[in-house]
Design a protein around this ligand. Sequence first.
Ligand SMILES: Cc1ncc(COP(=O)(O)O)c(C=O)c1O
Length: 351
Amino acid sequence: MSQYAKTPGANVADVICDLRSDTVTRPDAAMRAAMAAAEVGDDVYGEDPTLRRLEQSLAERAGKDAGLFLPSGTQSNFVGMLAHCGRGEEVITGREYHVYKYEAGGASALGGIVMDPLAVAADGGLSAEDVTAAIKDDDSHHPVSRLLSLENTHNGKPVSLARLEACTAAARSAGLSTHLDGARVFNAVAALGCDLAEVAGCFDTVSICLSKGLGAPVGSVLVGPDDLIARARRWRKMVGGGMRQAGVLAAAGLYALDHNVGRLSEDHRRAEALAEGLRDLGAGAVEQNTNMVFFTPEGRENAALGQALAQEGVVISAGGSGAIRFVLHKDVTEEGLSATLAGIAKHYASV
Ligand SMILES: Cc1ncc(COP(=O)(O)O)c(C=O)c1O
């Protein structure tokens, strides 16, 4: 099932709780005030001071030379992969990872990059042995293995530093470079109790999203060494991602870094509470990782549950079969969580 499956019949105007993703957060008044007050310039000329500040501050936090602001996580991963790989070169990644499964095949379709997707282990990481086995010999029959691309968190799972180090060491020892899709890397950092620089230190480049749990409306920053970021900047221009007075967006990102990183563990705690509530209902299997809860309803269709919750003002992604993903974020209220649990209980009691 796609985690992006739509809930049929959800009436957006009446929503009191939206658990589809942490991408649904809206900028609050203080973030909007920071955006309105942002000093701006033309970033394609390198003249936007707010955007520069955002790129530099995330690069410093990650222990990297430089940063590059991009409109989305997808574009950040895409230009990141293009900066590492030429046509016919290969990215080794996970079969369930976003770069392979949910970015419309852009790296291959537009970038001429070959993807070798490996099985993802139960902890969300790859096996270092699988990585080593996937790296191709220098043989004209094969694509040139160039990049290992990992993801953290994956489906909310914070992948341990030990696992990241083992896989990236395997890649590096064969001359590959390394990239992290860190769309939710701050959730991983909060759960692992480490610094961003420790996770980022395993990789050459890291893509960090501001518009997931951090609550900014737009934007990702790709961080890495000067030479790769300079190449990524050229690719960003080529794919139309060079923006002008983007400081208004960067101001939201800076606000998010100052105010919304520290509160991510609150989302994790509330995800735990939701998981506990679901377990108490005894209505199906429940798994919780950082800000995500996966619920497999027992004896009920996902779509019917989605429709029943929509009647109560709760929106979930329940279009397919298998586990339904609930994602906690800063715009989920206690009232919303209570309505979710009450709505599920009511649905189970009704048939
Ligand atoms: C793990 C992961 N990587 C990358 C992305 C892409 O981000 P965007 O939607 O900003 O393109 C997402 C989006 O949800 C994601 O979950």
